[in-house]
Write a protein that binds this ligand. Structure first.
Ligand code: SF4
Length: 242
């Protein structure tokens, strides 16, 4: 379990702002919307909703994490963002530019930028991106085959040190194809919370088998409703980073 995040595959989460809008079936039970809009009423979700930049104190945290990591030989992973989407075209003015500056200022951290809007990545990356900073992993969520066929080719063609897929919530099977290039890493997970849609265990089995056959790192996060993970699926790998 991560120290400062409940998400098993990261050490920290950082939200530069809060707020978003549903873009595909994977968003139907958006945890962030349930929490921040419906439960706490902090941000209105949806096309007319706002995006609220988080506090200055929150923005100071990544530099503190980076400082704490110095000399430890460890590279904490930072998931950005769990309550928003980094490549949202309604991001608060200047927030994405500030985020790029912070990422470059914190080479001790590996930043995991996960989006459901990979089609926006190219136009929103900083001009200095080049082959991608060595501390940035780019990922896209693919909840089913349709999403994979649409989103992975875009991410595949974007320069990045690590490209990964979050297959969560898995609501259909995915065939990653016979020909690469494939993602470096696939995180697999079923939905949790009220009304969770079923991830058939055979979909996770199929993904694990494909990852094994293609040399893709596989991380089994959770079954539907956080049911116990069967032993044969309990594989938690991270990509090899040079
Ligand atoms: S992209 Fe993510 S944060 Fe935005 S609505 Fe969808 S699930 Fe929620």
């Amino acid at each position: 379990m991560a120290e400062n995040s409940k998400i098993e595959w990261t050490d920290h989460t950082f939200n530069p702002w809060i707020g978003c809008q549903n873009v595909s079936a994977g968003c139907d039970h958006c945890y962030a919307e349930t929490l921040m809009d419906k439960r706490y009423g902090k941000v209105q979700w949806g096309p007319r909703g706002e995006r609220k930049r988080t506090s200055a104190a929150n923005w100071r945290k990544p530099r503190q994490w980076a400082k704490a990591a110095r000399g430890t030989g460890k590279r904490p992973r930072v998931f950005c963002a769990s309550l928003a989407d980094v490549f949202d075209n309604k991001a608060p003015y200047g927030a994405r530019a500030d985020l790029w500056s912070m990422i470059l200022d914190t080479p001790e951290l590996d930043w995991l930028l996960l989006t459901k809007r990979p089609e926006n990545i190219a136009k929103m990356l900083p001009v200095s991106w080049g082959e991608g900073p060595s501390n940035v992993w780019l990922g896209t969520t693919c909840e089913d085959q349709r999403a994979y066929d649409r989103r992975w080719p875009v991410l595949r063609d974007t320069p990045a040190k690590v490209r990964f897929i979050s297959y969560e919530p898995a609501i259909g099977s995915i065939d990653v194809g016979i020909d690469g290039p494939w993602p470096d890493w696939i995180i697999c997970g079923g939905e949790s919370g009220p009304g969770a849609r079923l991830m058939k265990p055979e979909w996770a089995d199929l993904m694990l088998m494909q990852c094994r056959n293609r040399g893709i790192a596989f991380f089994m996060k959770q079954m539907t409703g956080k049911a116990p993970i069967p032993d044969d699926l309990l594989v938690r790998q991270w990509p090899e980073v040079a």
